[in-house]
Design a protein around this ligand. Structure first.
Ligand SMILES: N[C@@H](CCC(=O)N[C@@H](CS)C(=O)NCC(=O)O)C(=O)O
Length: 107
């Protein structure tokens, strides 16, 4: 059972992208292991789990890597139903959430 819910977060402490994922995990009350990475000395795990961009954060759930902080947050919200919902259930409101999240992300 323990192994089926293994959650690993690779991140950088000063990264707002890492922080938003940590916030989502904490909001949902999910236990996770955290590995600190270094911008100019990344571990082989970063190249293994995010070969396209080699950026942090990376969430690894039961061995499956998920990258891009906004994608990770949606994954967390849809995977763990405990804790408060992050995205609204209403599809129109959800589209607005995605618009503003992307807008802020790209600004
Ligand atoms: N769009 C990405 C941005 C991630 C990002 O830029 N992460 C930075 C740390 S703040 C990084 O890993 N930089 C390492 C690099 O660019 O080599 C996300 O939202 O996850």
């Amino acid at each position: 059972m323990e192994k089926q819910n293994k959650v690993l977060l690779l991140g950088i402490w000063a990264s707002p992208y890492t922080k938003r994922v940590e916030l989502a995990l904490k909001l949902k009350g999910i236990s996770y292991e955290y590995v600190e990475e270094y911008m100019f000395n990344k571990s082989p795990l970063v190249f293994k789990y995010n070969p396209i961009h080699q950026r942090l954060p990376i969430l690894v759930h039961n061995g499956n890597p998920i990258v891009e902080s906004l994608v990770i947050i949606e994954y967390i919200d849809e995977t763990w139903k405990n804790g408060p919902p992050i995205l609204p259930a209403d599809l129109y409101k959800k589209s607005q959430f995605r618009f503003w999240a992307t807008f802020i992300h790209q600004s």
